[in-house]
Design a protein around this ligand. Structure first.
Ligand SMILES: NC(=O)c1ccc[n+]([C@@H]2O[C@H](COP(=O)([O-])OP(=O)(O)OC[C@H]3O[C@@H](n4cnc5c(N)ncnc54)[C@H](OP(=O)(O)O)[C@@H]3O)[C@@H](O)[C@H]2O)c1
Length: 336
């Protein structure tokens, strides 16, 4: 396994550690599908949006940095003039901005098959959002929770009318294990005296996974034809650590030697394949994995986003459905 990783040998899936998103999705059509990708102006979100658009999906790049997203959109148009790629403004740290984005999206009258809750900040100094919520929790979790809540009826309608399974993907992280000991600081979510930038990141990533789990449970209960999953994208060189000077320097120097770039994030090698199979047995449905065969058969939905690296070994907290329910109630209170 290690040799396969180090030498870049292809695994049973036919892909290696260095395979790119374009290579992994070659031959898969996403035509006829509409997707929203948050944080599509940089890193993993940019590459996900680009690849989905190249495969024929109508992609909404939901971003706060319009010029960066427009430049990426123009680069895709240069490569594929027929691509359907739109840039819309969204600041996840502001509930007003999320509501404006959702109402403008709904006003377009488009269907919605895929929602990729990807945007995120990591290890930032303590700050409160415009709504007075700790910034990492506000951006990474609350903004996505509200966005999902507001577009869910459109997704349900789309999956019902088209009979195509909808997909919600929360980009979480193995970093969810770094959350506070209690998991989520419900009572002191905004308390600066207990704030740790790394633990608060872990808390927000744990929330991404719990959110997906609770969504999946509800979809099953209501027989809704949508899946909700959380995933760990792997360790990828992006702009994520820009707020943490020490980690950023390590990431950009030593990391270059061993980490993947954004084009390589959705690959699958033997090592991941094994983890995939193991996880299929170990995890709850919301985090259950796709085999590579399933990846191909899911081509008409969002194989790109769902059948890649998932949260491999979720913490006990991530599997705790009573915690997921509590977070759901807490989040509903925050958004209403
Ligand atoms: N890279 C890794 O190794 C790794 C590992 C595990 C998990 N992840 C997860 O992967 C996701 C994507 O991160 P990345 O590595 O691609 O980092 P990135 O290059 O920094 O991209 C993050 C994206 O999120 C956007 N964003 C941040 N705050 C926002 C806000 N308030 N409203 C709207 N968009 C906002 C950023 O927009 P701006 O450009 O405007 O700031 C950017 O487009 C994150 O959820 C992260 O937790 C990454």
């Amino acid at each position: 396994m290690l040799a396969s990783l180090l030498l870049g040998r292809r695994g049973p899936s036919g892909f290696s550690w260095s395979s790119t998103a374009e290579e992994v999705t070659a031959g898969i059509s996403a035509a006829g599908l509409t997707a929203i990708v948050t944080g599509a102006s940089s890193g993993i979100g940019a590459e996900t949006a680009r690849t989905l658009a190249l495969r024929g999906a109508h992609v909404i790049m939901a971003v706060r940095s319009l010029p960066a997203a427009q430049a990426l959109r123009d680069a895709v148009f240069a490569q594929a003039p027929e691509a359907k790629l739109e840039v819309m403004e969204l600041d996840l740290s502001s509930m007003a901005s999320v509501r404006t984005f959702a109402s403008e999206f709904i006003a377009k009258g488009l269907p919605l098959n895929i929602l990729i809750n990807n945007a995120g900040v990591m290890a930032i100094p303590f700050a409160l959002s415009k709504d007075g919520i700790e910034m990492q929790f506000a951006t990474n979790h609350v903004g996505h929770f509200l966005l999902t809540h507001l577009v869910l009826d459109t997704m349900k309608k789309t999956s019902h009318e088209s009979n195509v399974e909808g997909r919600i993907v929360n980009v979480s992280s193995e970093g969810h294990k770094l959350a506070y000991r209690e998991g989520i600081h419900f009572e002191k979510i905004n308390d600066e005296t207990v704030y740790s930038s790394i633990r608060a990141y872990g808390q927000s990533k744990l929330a991404n996974t719990l959110h997906a789990n609770e969504l999946a449970r509800r979809f099953k209960e209501e027989s809704v034809n949508i899946t909700a999953n959380s995933l760990h994208p792997g360790a990828i060189i992006t702009n994520l650590l820009r707020y943490h000077s020490i980690l950023d320097v390590i990431h950009r120097t030593l990391g270059k030697l061993v980490l993947k770039n954004a084009q390589q994030w959705p690959n699958s090698n033997k090592l991941e394949h094994l983890f995939c199979l193991a996880n299929r047995v170990r995890l709850r449905p919301a985090m259950s994995l796709c085999t590579h065969r399933q990846r191909a058969s899911l081509g008409s939905t969002s194989a790109i986003a769902t059948c890649t690296n998932h949260v491999r070994w979720p913490s006990e907290k991530a599997k705790d459905m009573s915690l997921a329910q509590r977070l759901w109630d807490f989040s509903i209170e925050l958004i209403t």
